[in-house]
Design a protein around this ligand. Structure first.
Ligand code: GDG
Length: 485
């Protein structure tokens, strides 16, 4: 089996990966068994001299080596904060209104990708399989190709692909498309994303779908397919406490766990909970919403704005409905240890996941995995999370529709044990079937097939597959409402 070489903006700590419960477990396992190398930023911000550095620092973990490089302050400001998090992140989440298309950001983004490619080039062996991750690193494959690398290179995008018209608004969309076309395989989270990317490549840069399902663009042929990211289900089940260790709550808990990001629909969630308390006053003093929202990307203005908005909203809702012995919203702007998180998942009657756009959303899967199968809670899930394509037995909601969400909270709280168990069983079977190990294995198998030129077929009509996926979500969304009426 060929050696695996990973590249991503950040690297995981391989000594702790097995406790993280997410993709890092599957990746760390694969690196250990196949042997491999993982290159990324070391998280440190250095000076201008670091912009010339192409010799990484190395740390060995058995068969696997982690190689890291620093970023200069300018690279951090323009490649990471600027282009990655102020352009690509908002645009790919359909937030053109807050994208900052500043001159110079793209050039720095390209420079860092080139530097990482130059650092990787001398470390590569002829039969390595290269796997590049996420939006920070789109041009990396192209830069490796320029340096003469002919190895199979795959790319996985963790965030959603926007519709073609939104993608086209990025001034450098053509350069990004050229970067994407340098890969042999592009993995996306959902069928809707696959449809969007193929539509864009056809409409935006005159890509063509070939007979064998590959796409031809910029004189290269590539495969595009959905590989939904999963979790290590057993790690959530095994680490569940035998007895509940959390303090018994005086109220029934609805739970949100989201990085404090404007894509996660947190104000919408708070407003829906407020509307629920207004519309169904019998539940006051009986139900609370616990929102764990650890800080993230605090140097980006839009993140400071969302923080202020949430502080105002939780304050005003607590002021409006709170009693001396009941505060409706517990808003925790800190990270919670993972063990405690699993416990809180299990002790919450409702998992409330409301992103406005999300590549997948692992919290939805973790909540389901952590439930007691005999008396499980109910998952309320935004139709705009990638996870909604798989998790149709959740109560699927439109996060922009406050009434819809308020009614879903009521339906979740009123749902009988039999229905809760049926829905949970089906959801658990789904996340088991597509867990993190399947995700990792199936992507790498597909990439190996590319090497053997047994190409992956994508749907011949990607828009049709995407349309069908959206219709199925719409049907899943409508049915719980019918049930609740
Ligand atoms: C990106 C995409 C895609 C959260 N708070 C705490 C904590 N977490 C953990 C959760 C979960 C992870 O962070 C969040 O994952 P999500 O998938 O929900 O969201 P993103 O961070 O936006 O991830 C997303 C993902 O990449 C993978 O491809 O699904 O769409 O945006 O694992 O448990 N963990 C701890 N304390 C916290 O307070 N310990």
């Amino acid at each position: 089996m060929s050696r695996l070489v990973l590249v991503s903006n950040r690297v995981a700590d391989l000594s702790k990966a097995s406790q993280a419960g997410g993709m890092a477990v599957a990746i760390a396992d694969t690196l250990r068994t196949r042997g491999g190398l993982w290159l990324g930023w070391n998280g440190k911000i250095g000076d201008r001299n670091d912009e010339l550095r192409t010799e990484p620092d190395f740390t060995k973990f058995g068969n696997a080596t982690v190689a890291t490089l620093p970023l200069s302050a300018r690279e951090h400001a323009e490649y990471y904060v600027g282009y990655s998090n102020n352009v690509l992140w908002p645009v790919f989440h359909a937030r053109l209104d807050i994208a900052q298309f500043e001159a110079g950001y793209y050039q720095r983004y390209l420079d860092v990708n080139r530097r990482f490619a130059e650092a990787l080039r001398p470390l590569l062996r002829p039969d390595d399989t290269i796997w590049v991750h996420d939006y920070h690193m789109i041009p990396l494959g192209m830069e490796l190709r320029k340096l003469g690398v002919t190895n199979p290179i795959g790319f996985f995008l963790h965030i959603p692909v926007p519709p073609a018209q939104t993608f086209l608004a990025i001034p450098e969309h053509r350069e990004l498309a050229r970067g994407l076309a340098s890969y042999d395989l592009i993995g996306l989270q959902t069928k809707v994303d696959v449809g969007n990317l193929i539509d864009y490549l056809q409409d935006g840069v005159f890509g063509r779908i070939l007979q064998d399902g590959r796409i031809r663009a910029f004189d290269r042929e590539l495969s595009i397919a959905a590989f939904p990211v999963g979790i290590d289900v057993d790690s959530f089940i095994d680490s569940r406490p035998k007895r509940a260790t959390a303090k018994p709550l005086p109220a029934i808990r609805l739970l949100g766990v989201d990085r404090l990001d404007y894509t996660k629909g947190l104000p919408q969630k708070f407003r829906a909970f407020s509307r629920f308390l207004e519309k169904y006053p019998d539940y006051r003093s009986k139900v609370i919403l616990s929102q764990i929202a650890p800080p993230t990307r605090e140097t980006v203005t839009a993140y400071a704005d969302i923080r202020h908005e949430l502080e105002m909203l939780s304050g005003s809702i607590n002021g409006k409905f709170g009693e001396l012995d009941w505060v409706p919203i517990q808003y925790i702007h800190r990270s919670t240890p993972r063990k405690m998180l699993v416990d809180v998942y299990r002790n919450s009657r409702v998992g409330f996941v409301t992103p406005l756009r999300d590549g997948m959303n692992l919290v939805a899967k973790e909540y389901v995995a952590a439930q007691n199968p005999d008396d499980p809670g109910v998952l309320i899930l935004s139709r705009f999370a990638g996870a909604a394509e798989q998790m149709k037995e959740a109560l699927i909601v439109n996060p922009y529709d406050v009434e819809d969400m308020a009614d879903a909270i009521k339906a979740a709280l009123d749902m009988g044990q039999t229905e809760r168990r049926e829905r949970h069983e089906a959801l658990l079977a789904g996340i088991r079937q597509d867990d993190t190990f399947v995700w990792c294995r199936s992507f790498l198998e597909a990439l190996d097939n590319v090497r053997r030129r047994a190409f992956l077929a994508v749907p011949t009509s990607p828009s049709e597959a995407a349309r069908r996926a959206l219709q199925e979500i719409e049907l899943a969304r409508v049915s719980p409402r019918v049930r609740a009426n």
